[in-house]
Every structure is written in structure tokens, then in C-alpha cells.
Design a binder for this molecule. Structure first.
Ligand code: COI
Length: 354
């Protein structure tokens, strides 16, 4: 059955866009004029609307404020040379939002609702999609519990919101990261594969400790033995060792990153050897000592491709070359940028034109 999706529109009285300096974009500080909102009550998503980006109201007893029943996504829109707006792989985000929602007992929503909410919102705020190189419109869809009830059970009411932010780079420089051997981001049977709010809250304290030691972020290892590498900060992580690209398999402890999958696809199409498998700390440390790690980098929607310049392990720091124009990460970042901004033909059907 096709669902009827009618979206009401309450325009902002005045646009805030004239106050924005698009030449100085940082990540996540500037919000576009409108947001898409849907409410879930009585077993149904309803009341679809685009309204001014503004305060929300909750009662102090709202479930979301206590137990974190919330999931989110992140995707980006770009402008091509003739001013059209292109979104990178939104279907993947719609699917992953539902996967995360199922894990957190949150009702799923149709891909049609996700896509219609997203595209209508972007059409209303089309002027907010930046065009300068290195900038984009970051899109944040999320769902959270709204019941006023402080007993523990899945909420019966939810909000689905999409808002957007014109952004620049998430990280402004290559990262110094430390291999974490005490704290865990996720464990088998846990929520690591979901984009659940609590995963990010739990990662703050170990990251803060690493920052006190002079690192920017952590390399997360498996929660049982800390012998296998999983992610880095809020990103997936890849290494170029010899002539191979190595990365952890996605499973229930590793998020199935869309940038990750795109990079691996491009690498394979270029004939580069890719190994998705358990990557041990021991083999990476040994390769670092032998000078065989040519590159290490994180992949993620917000961070795109972020090079890692130093890896710390048990008090020793290993430095990596990061500025080589011929490196895989530089080449793949350019390729992704060219596809996302329409400079190169979209041979894989990744780009959705609004
Ligand atoms: C993204 O890459 O979109 C993320 O989820 C990272 C976010 C925590 C800023």
C-alpha cells in the first residue's frame, strides 16, 4: 500500500541566511531556517510538517531526557557546477536509521517518508546548500522518545525530525589518535552497530582522558580482548599496509559506515586489494614499527576522510606521512568529492538529485 504523505508548511517569518558567512563555515554551529517534523502516536507516523527551526517543548518527565531512546543519521547535500542540489546515498541512511530504530525499540518509518521529508525540506531551504569547495549541507535526521513516563519501557510516542546545517570540515587537521586498551565503545550483543545517541555519550569520557594526554581521538578496540581494531572516534578506520587497504569487518560492534562502503567500492573498482577482516592491534603495531603502514585514516559522513598523522600505543607514538598527493586517501577523497559534487559521472547510482 502506498502511503499518502502530505506535508504542511509553516514558513519562517524571516530567513536568517543573510547573517551567515559562508566563507567561514565550521561544523554544526549554524542551522538552516526550517525543519521537517513528524509525530508518532497510536501506532502511526502522522502530522508531517515543515516549520521554522525553533525550540522544542518537553516536560521534565519526557522519556528521552532520562533513558536516551534515540537514534540519528548524518548525510550531506552538495551543489554541482550548475547549481543543482545532489544528496549522497540517502537510501542507505534511510535503511540504517530503521536498523538502528529496531535495535532501540523505536518504530521504523517508510523510506518514502524519509525521502519526501528530506527532499521537501531541502527544497524549502535550498539557498542554504553551500557551494564553496570543502563545504556542504549536513543533514541530521533523528527519532526520539516523547512519552512522559519515567518507568522503563519503550515509549509509545516519538518525534522524527530532520534539520540541516551548512558545514565546513569536521576536523581541520590530521589526527593524533591513541589505541584504547581499557574502555570500550561497544561489545558483542550491544548497540555498537546502531547510530544510537548513547553510544556517543559513552565515548566522551575515554576520549576526554586521551585528550588530556595530547591525543585528538581514540582508536576503539574490541570490548573483550582489546586486541582487534574497530573504529576511530566517530569514524570507521582504514590502514594502507604495503599494497592493501585493511579495515575491520562490520558486525554488531562496528557501524556500517556509508563512506566506508563507498571508499572500499572505489578501491576495488581501481583494482586495489581490500581486506575486510579482523585487524589486530599487534599486526598494526608491528607494521608501524617496520614502517610498513603507509596511511591510516578515518571515514565518516561528517569527517569524510580524515588522515591520521600519529598513532599512540602503550606510551609510544608512531608518526605517519600525511601530505603525499599520490596517497590512496588523497586520491579517494578527491574521487568521492568529484562524484558527490557532480564533477564526475555517477556510475554507481550514488547521487540523488533533489
Ligand atoms: C557522522 O559522520 O555523520 C557522524 O555521525 C558523526 C557525528 C557524531 C558528528
Amino acid at each position: 500500500m502506498t502511503e499518502t504523505i502530505e506535508i504542511d508548511y509553516l514558513p519562517a517569518l524571516e530567513s536568517r541566511i543573510s547573517k551567515v558567512d559562508f566563507s567561514k563555515m565550521v561544523f554544526g554551529k549554524v542551522y538552516s531556517d526550517h525543519m521537517f517534523v513528524a509525530d508518532y502516536t497510536k501506532g502511526q507516523w502522522k502530522d508531517f510538517r515543515i516549520e521554522p527551526y525553533d525550540l522544542l517543548s518537553f516536560t521534565p518527565g519526557s522519556a528521552i531526557l532520562h533513558y536516551g531512546q534515540s537514534v540519528f543519521e548524518g548525510l550531506k547535500a552538495y551543489r554541482n557546477d550548475v547549481g543543482e542540489i545532489l544528496i549522497f546515498r540517502p537510501d542507505k541512511n534511510a535503511k540504517r536509521l530503521n536498523l538502528s530504530a529496531e535495535r532501540m525499540c523505536i518504530p521504523t518509518l517508510s523510506e518514502d517518508l524519509f525521502m519526501k521529508g528530506l527532499t521537501e525540506l531541502i527544497k524549502k531551504d535550498k539557498e542554504w546548500v553551500p557551494s564553496l569547495s570543502g563545504t556542504s549541507l549536513y543533514i541530521r535526521p533523528y527519532i526520539f522518545a516523547m512519552d512522559e513516563y519515567i518507568g522503563i519501557r519503550p515509549s509509545e510516542t516519538y518525534k522524527f525530525i530532520i534539520f540541516t546545517c551548512p558545514v565546513g570540515a569536521y576536523y581541520s587537521k590530521p589526527l593524533k589518535v591513541k589505541i584504547e586498551t581499557e574502555f570500550s565503545r561497544s561489545v558483542q550483543g550491544g548497540t555498537g552497530y546502531a547510530k544510537a545517541a548513547g553510544n556517543y555519550a559513552g565515548s566522551l569520557y575515554p576520549a576526554k582522558l586521551a585528550q588530556k594526554e595530547g591525543y585528538d581521538q581514540l582508536i576503539w578496540t574490541d570490548g573483550v580482548t582489546h586486541k582487534y581494531i574497530e573504529e576511530a572516534g566517530t569514524m570507521n578506520i582504514m590502514f594502507v599496509v604495503g599494497d592493501k587497504v585493511l579495515t575491520a569487518t562490520t558486525n554488531d560492534t562496528v557501524l556500517s559506515g556509508i563512506t566506508r562502503e563507498s571508499v572500499l567500492t572505489i578501491a576495488r573498482d581501481w583494482g586495489i586489494k581490500v581486506e575486510e577482516r579482523q585487524v589486530s592491534v599487534a599486526e598494526i603495531v608491528q607494521a608501524l614499527k617496520a614502517g610498513e603502514v603507509k596511511e591510516a585514516f578515518g571515514t565518516g559522513t561528517a569527517a569524510t576522510i580524515t588522515k591520521i598523522e600519529t598513532i599512540g600505543y602503550e606510551g609510544a607514538n608512531f608518526d605517519l606521512p600525511v601530505d603525499d598527493e599520490r596517497s590512496f586517501s588523497t586520491r579517494v577523497l578527491k574521487e568521492l568529492d568529484d562524484i558527490r559534487t557532480g564533477k564526475k559521472p555517477d556510475e554507481r547510482g550514488w547521487v540523488y538529485k533533489v
